[in-house]
Design a binder for this molecule. Sequence first.
Ligand code: ATP
Ligand code: MG
Length: 333
Amino acid sequence: PQRIFSGMQPTSDSLHLGNYLGALTQWVALQDGYDPIYCVVDLHALTVNPEPAVLRERTRRTAAQYLAAGVDPSRSLLFVQSHVPEHAQLTWILSCLTGYGEASRMTQFKDKSAKHGNEGTNVGLFTYPILMAADILLYDTALVPVGEDQRQHLELTRDLAQRLNARFGADTVVVPEPYIVKATAKIYDLQEPTAKMSKTASSPNGLVELLDDPKVVAKRIRSAVTDTEREIRFDTAAKPGVSNLLSIYSALSGRTITDLEGSYEGKGYGDLKKDLADVVVAFLEPFQARFHEFLDDPAQLDAVLADGAERAREIAAPVLARVYDRSGLLPAR
Ligand code: ATP
Ligand code: MG
């Protein structure tokens, strides 16, 4: 079966609906017929300089959310990035194959660093896509289920994989493909429906967090930004807010956008928002119950992560050894 690899950053206490619909739902579905590896990418989260105790807690919470969403450790390998030192080691090799100009073209870096200015931006944020390439290439990954915002980073990963193969032999690493499901590839901020929903960039009212109080979530959906028309119609250019609500509604209910447009004909935005809030809350309540079961059993959670790390190293170590050897590094004997 084809290898799947993906990860999320523990940059917040809770994942949000964009993470869930854009990626996590696909992760769960790909457990059938594939060989998946899902990672909590805590090294990436260091780019926001978290408090140590907060990072540790968020790493556990992120893993517990994967499990609550349906990631099943008997079918998926689940681990924490920093438990497998090969990620940082391969990053160095890839860094030396990445052009400075090439790295400078990454739009996520431009967006994130613009907020902090030159002095407030760390080099880790700049090299983040190279660490991400290492994450993926270490596992001979075929498919990477992610949201649309990761497309450019995936393209860099592919370029680096091809460069390694051109320099050191065609079978050095596997060149991965992105797996991006169009309908949910980009869930937008409720208050700013042309910007993606983001753990670190969205304002609280723009987010639907999976672990928020359902009452708060319902209120945020009811106050989502729409437009001054009345018509409930999917049109991302003219009606980004309404279209985003329809996308979320469709993904969580399994109803098509056309079906939803039909059943809201002649109704108002208030009706749509109220019903969507009910759909979201009906999803969140059991999700949160499962999350707490996993979080409240840290011994079991840590055992799952320890087992995952051990199995991950067994896969990553020979891949790194292959790249080290072909790069001309003298073997330690
Ligand atoms: P941060 O603000 O810290 O970058 P994030 O919300 O972008 O957080 P990540 O941990 O960077 O979340 O990304 C985890 C996964 O979720 C990735 O596959 C990413 O493509 C996907 N994702 C993130 N935001 C969205 C979104 N708004 N819509 C769809 N997918 C998303
Ligand atoms: Mg992100």
